[in-house]
Design a protein around this ligand. Structure first.
Ligand code: GLA
Length: 378
């Protein structure tokens, strides 16, 4: 049964009537431009055909009551006194809090939620949850927000409520994605350019099965190292350092800060080049840039791991592979590959066999379509 049908039925069972609204927000995969978002740089992600859905109706008592089918649990909180909680519910509290900080008037609602974005796999299930909750408040309270405003609220939830110092890529793509396209996002201005995905190719998500925790990982440390490098170059963010400036002035930086900066400077350029290659249909160049991105993340930014390295080596050697790299924050989660449409079966079989014999782990492989960003379906 489709997720939207399932939550509509559960809603009707609980409340004796159908929901007034149905909203959804997708997960994402990043094709290139990794760890550049919090350096005011460029990213090139797409939304995937996996999403979080909420069926809801407004309430008149300024409470939010939300039942998660997947977690089989329910949260309930007053909008006038939002406190901390744990688990998935804290993202709902935090998003409501972040929206209130912007001054919009929120109405309460009752909802039922479910989704198929794998949790903790690096496909931004938390950003999808935040954007679905923003849409639920928009529907219930009768206001609309631009994708930029939605994304900023989600990032405020992550940074200030949850305590993860993440950038804005995940929320921006979940809010602003365009079907069939990747989105080149300038993470300083939040301007976006939709770039059609190359014809006759498919995007594969390769799940290593290894799980990571952004809070516990070295994510915040990488961010600090980037800020230290920006201060060295006398700029606001590493986005402002050109390759030439890097070569001329990086001698005074000690490792690993120098390597971290080199990744950001080169990755920004690769991302712009990749958007260009994609628009021109140059899949060979695009694939090569993805491979270079992986090497830079592995050696300079040091956010890969043995399983992500094995996955990208296996994928790159498989039939039909144009390029492969780790994707997302790193230290586990998924790799992404661009694959010739005619070779998907052989690609999947060979990549899975190779990965299993290298690591002893069974990978999950999803071929995905690029979907639209968060929406109020009805
Ligand atoms: C996580 C963060 C993003 C981004 C990526 C790395 O997904 O949430 O903001 O920094 O890592 O590119």
């Amino acid at each position: 049964m489709l997720i939207q049908q399932r939550i509509t039925d559960v809603f009707a069972n609980r409340y004796g009537t159908g929901p007034r609204y149905l909203v959804r927000a997708p997960g994402r995969v990043n094709l290139i431009g990794e760890h550049t978002d919090y350096n005011d740089g460029f990213v090139l992600p797409m939304a995937i055909d996996r999403a979080i859905w909420i069926a809801l109706s407004p309430r008149d008592d300024r409470r939010v009551v939300l039942h998660s089918v997947d977690f089989d649990s329910e949260i309930s909180f007053p909008l006038d006194r939002i406190g901390k909680t744990s688990g998935w519910g804290d993202y709902v509290h935090g998003t409501a809090w972040a929206l209130q900080q912007t001054g919009v008037g929120l109405c309460g609602w009752s909802g039922v939620m479910a989704g198929d974005v794998p949790v903790g796999a690096g496909l931004s299930s938390s950003a999808a949850l935040e954007m679905a909750v923003v849409q639920a408040f928009c529907a219930a309270s009768g206001f609309s927000l631009s994708p930029k405003e939605m994304a900023k609220a989600g990032q405020a939830c992550e940074n200030q409520w949850i305590g993860v110092n993440s950038g804005i890529m995940d929320q921006m793509i979940s809010a602003a994605a365009v079907a069939g396209r990747a989105l080149l996002i300038d993470c300083r201005s939040l301007e976006t350019r939709a770039v059609p995905l190359p014809e006759k190719t498919v995007v594969a998500i390769l799940d290593t099965g290894v799980r990571r925790g952004l809070v516990d990982s070295a994510y915040n440390q990488r961010r600090q190292q980037c800020e230290e490098a920006a201060r060295h170059f006398g700029v606001i963010a590493l986005r402002d350092v050109s390759t030439e400036q890097f070569h001329a002035e990086s001698a005074g930086l000690s490792d690993p800060v120098r390597s971290r900066a080199r990744h950001i400077v080169t990755e920004n350029q690769r991302t712009l080049d990749a958007a260009h290659a994609m628009a021109a249909g140059d899949v060979i160049r695009l694939g090569r840039l993805m491979g270079q991105s992986h090497v830079s993340l592995r050696d300079d930014f040091e956010v890969s791991c043995q399983q992500l390295n094995a996955m990208s080596v296996c994928a790159q050697a498989a039939p039909g592979c144009l390029g492969a790299r780790m994707t997302g924050g790193g230290f586990g989660g998924c790799a992404v590959a661009l694959v010739e449409e005619t070779e998907v079966d052989r690609f999947a079989r060979q990549t899975a066999q190779c990965y299993e014999s290298a690591t002893g782990l069974l990978p999950k492989i999803y071929f995905c379509r690029a979907e639209n960003g968060a929406s109020i379906v009805f």
